[in-house]
Design a protein around this ligand. Sequence first.
Ligand SMILES: [Ca+2]
Ligand SMILES: [Ca+2]
Length: 466
Amino acid sequence: MTNTLLKNAKLVLIFTLLSSGSLFAQLAVDTIAYQDFEVTPAAPVWSYTGVLADVQSGNASPISCIPNTPLGINSSQAWHVAQVSGGNPITFDNTLINPGYDSIRVNFKLAGLNLNGPTGGPDNLDYVLVEYSIDNGATFVSRLRVRGSVVSNSFWAYDATGVAAVQYLPASETTFEPTTSGLQVAEGYSFCEISFPGNISQVMIRITPRSSTSTDSWLVDNLVLTGEIFCAPSTNSITEITCDSYTSPSGAIYTSSAIFDDTIPNASGCDSIITIDLTVSSSSLSSITEITCDSYTAPSGAIYTSSAIFDDIISNSSGCDSTITIDLTVNSSSSSSITETSLDVYTAPSGATYTTSGIYEDTILNAAGCDSIITIDLTMNYTGIDELNESIYSIFPNPVKDNITIKGLSENGEIQSIHLIDLNGLEIKEINPDENTVDVSSLSTGLYFMKIVHEHGVEKIKFLKE
Ligand SMILES: [Ca+2]
Ligand SMILES: [Ca+2]
């Protein structure tokens, strides 16, 4: 886990500034160099000169009373120093630092303990000295010294709470030394750190652990050189109106209205905090059944000409989808043609009446309830008896056997012609307008018309030949 994280070229995390305690700042952290004392060190490796006294894992010794020491949790090993009265200095190579960092840090984990038994530990003559050089080794500043206990056998806060952290200046030693002693009751390590300004161009580190006896052990591990870029988070606000569900820039999903902060990395890798005023409206569903003729226009404007079940989508009052499931039946209109002959008045299927020949369209409902359009080719015949406008002409006798007399010929203006016609409108003979008596004895029995054409129009008078 640790190695995986450190292999990342750049980490973005919330980091507690150790020097100021309560101040939180967002950092982009680059791992510039790293030494974990494993058989295959994690990259980027911080190489060193000097010879390690030995390496130990927390469980390496069968008589270890401190199982699972964090420095050596199975398969992880640390630099171990015990009974090296002159100290075991190791110098970590001069490392060039690219410009652009706000700060540089060197830190490592340190445990003080007795790998040989449940008692014992570093005393005040035992120490770990940390020196640095920022001039490629020309001069070293002795800056940080962690000692064992002044009252012997310290287990100074090697329980992950002990922190020995200093700035690189002043160029003099700061010593951390516990004033109490006692058995180590909790496993753990302390944390040693020197902070530099971001503008140093190189750094070397020399660490010298010193131990007087085999029961006074130091374990050093996870030395890391990091470059940090302080970030100022950016903030902005947006208003979002959506339907049903909203996925925020960070990927969070909201299904109800809310005002919330969403955080994503900005272009510089720092937090971009977006305050989102979110309104989530709801889509809606409904079903209707429609029966129509020939063509159906759905609420959305789509046109259907055959029966189907389909979803039509329009906007509801919230501006979200209103999905209407429509069970549509489309029936068909029909058309037909008929030829009709009628006398005086024709009543169409719809009830409309016609009195003159022509081609008419009549509309009734078919069995499906749709229009049945009937084209009527209508031929009209007439009896000649206009009951509403009684003729000024008359004939008698009627019925007639031999001679028929036309009355009124001399009293109504000029007579242009008189025709004897049959029921089909065919002329049988033309009558001399000067004669008002016509011999019809030769006609077959039946209905006939006397058609009188005068200067005001045409009159037809029906008579029956016996
Ligand atoms: Ca290690
Ligand atoms: Ca001791």
